[in-house]
Design a protein around this ligand. Structure first.
Ligand code: G4P
Length: 521
């Protein structure tokens, strides 16, 4: 039966520690996907390389796919897509964000805008993703709300349009003023933070004596915002020019209900997506999807490889045979799952906006398209400019076969970029990363998953440029740079520093040397 419920596919993003995991869980709890109260905040055994969700899964005994959490809320299907927390995985985050229609940005009220907040806002702007901003931790002392609004306006160059306004300063959170209805939404603290925070709505006249002073202060600021026309506008929000803002305390479940309501009301549903040739694929067209994440090594018992695809159009039915756009070959979707972990649940049907995990999808790479009917190929997510480079070699030469296989696999997953040249041969590929933690993942997985310890040695390069075949030929053997090639055939030139790259460009005016999008964006 066709599932026509509307979809909301989004990601919660933030600088580490601003409350991404707490909010994710609070959203799921509130939507009653998980019925038990309490929260997981223990960070002790959490590694940056491990999805926070895995910790959540372990602690709560629930099954969540490590790519997306799906739950129902008021007749809608919500797909919450996971993003890596650490800035070293910004390239991953960028890829994952290609799979969402909107993002929820968490900001710590005490810390304000942090480096990763700025980067992520920029990534969203680059990808045209509308952002809902949540000022979190309002239960603790923090900056003034007007100051926070100014910071967003000045540093992000995006206009904040608060939908709620805090009643009581940070640390003395009484509730919020709903700026559209003018009502006071009063919060009541419960011991231990209940799943659903008690909220009482009342008109301005009904505000009690205790809250009267702070209410009036909030009301004045709200009128000030009115004068500045800092009010929500759906068109500019969708265009990424404004960001609706709300105030919350995820830890106490304050504001979580409002966030869910806002997602239903404001966040965009899956929309038509252009292919590389400009043709639009509408959600109601025949099936199409693109791969945004490839993962393996989740089950040590057998070599599994999952390709996560976001459905762009049509209905997915398990068992259907689709075409792999890049090779033109058929791909049988006999095994597809939405949720895995402790249990594996296969997905029978899925719809635009949903995320499916395709099992044993050895031919599928990040960025690939699968479809039925008219051919469509979605644009590839661009690679970031790597800034860290290492040569890799097998730590145990008798395991060279495993070494080669592991490197190949990690390359396909996009864990690092693998660069090769005839000069270095298969034995010594260059690994390029946006952040150094990516190398730790490589070391760990090579040893534990591919049984081949890896030896890494730092290379003295910092800058990468892309050139064409003619440029690669011209620069072969040139001083101060090295020409290598990516798996997809792209020629990459490495330089010790910016100065060297500029000098080479000046000395070789006919050679194309393009910069890649910066990892820090
Ligand atoms: P992240 O995924 O963005 O990294 O953040 P996470 O949710 O893990 O939250 C980071 C810390 O901030 C956690 O504390 C969490 O409890 C706390 N936190 C999240 N939301 C709120 C909030 O609304 N108010 C307050 N006061 N704190 C909040 P922790 O020190 O890592 O753990 P714990 O020892 O406090 O449990």
């Amino acid at each position: 039966m066709l599932d026509t419920r509307p979809r909301r596919t989004f990601a919660v993003i933030s600088h580490p520690d601003a409350g991404k995991s707490t909010t994710t869980e609070a959203l799921a709890l509130h939507a009653r996907a998980i019925n038990e109260a309490g929260a997981v905040h223990g960070k002790g055994d959490r590694k940056a390389t491990v999805s926070d969700w895995m910790a959540m899964e372990k602690a709560r005994g629930i099954s969540i796919t490590s790519a997306a959490l799906q739950f129902d809320y008021r007749g809608h299907v919500i797909n919450l897509v996971d993003t890596p927390g650490h800035s070293d995985f910004s390239e991953d985050t960028y890829r994952v964000l290609s799979a969402v229609d909107s993002a929820v940005m968490m900001i710590d009220a005490g810390k304000g805008l942090e480096p990763q907040t700025l980067k992520l806002f920029r990534v969203c702007a680059l990808r045209g993703i509308p952002v809902i901003t949540v000022i979190n931790k309002w239960d603790r002392p923090g900056l003034s709300p007007l100051e926070l609004m100014d910071n967003i306006q000045d540093q992000i160059k995006i206009r904040p349009t608060p939908l709620t306004w805090p009643v009581g300063e940070a640390g003395d959170f009484r509730g919020v003023l709903d700026r559209r209805s003018g009502e006071f939404i009063k919060y009541t603290r419960t011991a231990g933070g209940a799943t659903i925070a008690p909220e009482t709505r009342m008109s301005s006249e009904q505000v009690g004596e205790d809250d009267r002073l702070v209410w009036e202060a909030a009301f004045e600021e709200h009128q000030l915002l009115d004068l500045e026309e800092a009010n929500h506008d759906q068109a500019t929000f969708l265009a990424g020019e404004t960001t609706p803002v709300m105030f919350a305390s995820a830890l106490q479940n304050f504001g979580i209900a409002q966030l869910l309501e806002l997602l239903l009301e404001l966040a965009p549903a899956p929309s038509p997506t252009p292919g590389v040739d400009g043709t639009l694929r509408n959600p109601e067209d025949e099936f199409s999807a693109f791969v945004f994440k490839v993962q393996s090594g989740m089950n040590s018992a057998h070599r599994d490889r999952l390709a996560y695809a976001r459905i762009v159009s049509g209905e997915f039915e398990r068992g259907m045979v689709v075409t792999h756009a890049e090779t033109g070959r058929p791909f049988a979707t006999k095994f597809a799952q939405t949720v895995f972990g402790r249990e594996t649940t296969s997905v029978e049907h899925a719809y635009p906006g949903d995320i499916i995990g395709l099992v044993n999808a050895n031919s599928l790479r990040v960025g690939d398209t699968i479809f039925t009917g008219d051919k469509i190929e979605f644009p590839k997510v661009p690679s970031f400019a790597p800034e860290h480079f290492m040569t890799a070699s097998a730590g145990d030469i008798s395991r060279f076969k495993q070494f080669r296989k592991g490197i190949e696999q990690l390359d396909q997953e996009g864990v690092v970029q693998v660069l090769r040249s005839d000069l270095r041969g298969d034995q010594n590929p260059v690994l390029a990363a946006v952040g150094p933690l990516q190398f730790e993942v490589v070391e760990d997985r090579m040893l534990n998953e591919f049984n081949s310890p890896i030896r890494l040695a730092r290379l003295d390069y910092k800058v990468a440029r892309v050139t064409d075949a003619a440029g690669a030929e011209a620069l072969k053997g040139a001083r101060g740079c090295e020409v290598l090639q990516r798996r997809d055939g792209t020629h990459v030139v490495l330089f010790a520093d910016q100065w060297r790259a500029n000098a080479t460009a000046r000395d070789n005016p006919d050679v194309r040397l393009d910069a890649l999008p910066a990892g820090g964006v």
